[in-house]
Design a binder for this molecule. Structure first.
Ligand SMILES: Nc1ncnc2c1ncn2[C@@H]1O[C@H](COP(=O)(O)OP(=O)(O)O)[C@@H](O)[C@H]1O
Ligand SMILES: [Mg+2]
Length: 378
């Protein structure tokens, strides 16, 4: 096999080589007149860690709850592992759900909490305890087996909840804001653990989060949601580098957005004029648009270069430095253009002492490559 073929196998959504494990087809959920989930169709493949990402109230949890069987779709169908889920109650589905509020039993030990579901299902005690021991090893809580939940940190409780959800060996684990209760640093550490555990077991995960950095870190693919709809599906880099709309560009990471119109429309390049820049924006590839069309141009702060000497790049504009925020690993520059428009630019701090770094009130050139930005028509 060629490297390309191997890569395609690892990404069935690219190769189309596998049947989707989860098939969501035209799912709508209404609460009275209110449409919480609006005609969502989505295929998710075995072994994926798929993130549903969107702001509060956009319908993420409702979609997840329909997969779990806690909510009945108003319209549409859900298939899991080739089986139609219509009419199948939550407890008969090959799924398990981990909630944000971990809902551990306070009076039971860690071990008991994890074993509870198995014992209730009638799994023999010896087998149950063996499976619990495996899970404790997996989430690295062997030493804490005898503790009660209130004797654990937030991160440890989160791992107990994960072990409890996984011990039943679901084919599909649904996680609703699984790291929501953790502080930032612990959250970042736990993200890697979650990915490691998911890869070890090969279980398909669908994770709901409103945190775009988290989604970028852990996902095989991301489905971005807005107002009940899925607005884009893609791998993290795809969503970041090729957002399909202003909404996605703005929601994922930070972006400088210009509104303008097409002045040159050629097969291999276009020019965009915007009242916010003197001169035009050169785009180094063709775009399906028409001359005069109104559209948008998005460029990420890290794609902008700053220099005192005028560089030889197709997009070069004068600017003044309004503010500099030193963030350690990088600096964020707030630039003001002659039109009064502001731009954000980030520069990586490679060495500890940057002699003669560009600073406040300096006149500089801001520039970018003609393929550094994205043209958006909506
Ligand atoms: N049981 C319910 N009854 C009425 N409205 C609901 C119910 N559950 C959710 N909603 C509404 O549906 C929308 C989506 O909710 P939800 O799926 O929880 O959003 P998210 O998880 O993305 O924050 C919200 O406006 C919420 O108020
Ligand atoms: Mg929610």
């Amino acid at each position: 096999m060629t490297i390309k073929e191997v890569a395609a196998l690892a990404k069935p959504w690219v190769s189309g080589s596998a049947q989707p494990f989860v098939r969501i087809q035209s799912i709508t959920k209404k609460f009275d007149d209110f449409v919480a989930v609006d005609d969502v169709s989505l295929d998710i493949y075995k072994g994926e860690l798929f993130c549903l990402l969107g702001g509060s109230g956009c319908g993420k949890s409702t979609l997840l709850r329909m997969l779990a069987g806690f909510e009945t779709p108003t319209e549409g169908s859900i298939e899991i592992d080739g089986q139609d889920m219509a009419g199948i109650p939550a407890y008969d589905r090959p799924t398990n759900m981990m909630f944000q509020s971990y809902a551990l039993f306070p009076h039971m030990t860690v071990e008991r909490n994890i074993a509870y579901g198995l014992l209730r299902e009638g799994v023999r005690k010896a087998e149950a305890m063996e499976r619990v021991a495996d899970m404790l090893r997996l989430v690295q809580l062997e030493r804490f087996a005898g503790r009660k939940p209130d004797q654990l940190s937030g991160g440890q409780r989160q791992r107990v909840a994960l072990a409890r959800a996984l011990v039943k060996r679901p084919k599909l684990l649904l996680l609703d804001e699984p790291l929501g209760a953790l502080d930032k640093k612990l959250r970042e550490e736990t993200q890697f653990e979650l990915v490691k555990i998911q890869e070890t077991l090969g279980v398909t995960f669908i994770v709901v989060t409103h945190d775009q950095e988290e989604a970028m870190t852990i996902s095989s693919r991301i489905g971005v949601m807005n107002a009940g709809r899925i607005v884009q599906v893609g791998e993290p880099a795809e969503i970041y580098e090729h957002p399909n709309s202003r909404f996605v560009a703005d929601f994922i990471g930070s972006v400088n957005l210009f509104a303008g119109h097409v002045t040159v429309d050629e097969a291999d390049h276009i020019d965009i004029a915007t009242p916010e820049l003197e001169g035009v924006i050169h785009v180094g590839h063709g775009v399906s648009c028409s001359p005069g069309q109104e559209l948008f141009y998005a460029i990420r702060p890290e794609k902008l270069r700053l220099s005192r000497a005028r560089p030889d790049l197709p997009n070069t504009f004068p600017a003044m430095v309004d503010e500099v925020a030193y963030m350690g690993n990088l600096s964020i520059y707030r630039l003001r253009l002659p039109s009064g428009r502001h731009l954000n630019a980030t520069q990586v701090n490679l060495s500890r002492h940057v002699e003669d770094a560009i600073s406040w009130d300096e006149n500089v050139w801001v520039s970018w490559d003609d393929n550094a930005g994205v043209v958006l028509t909506r």
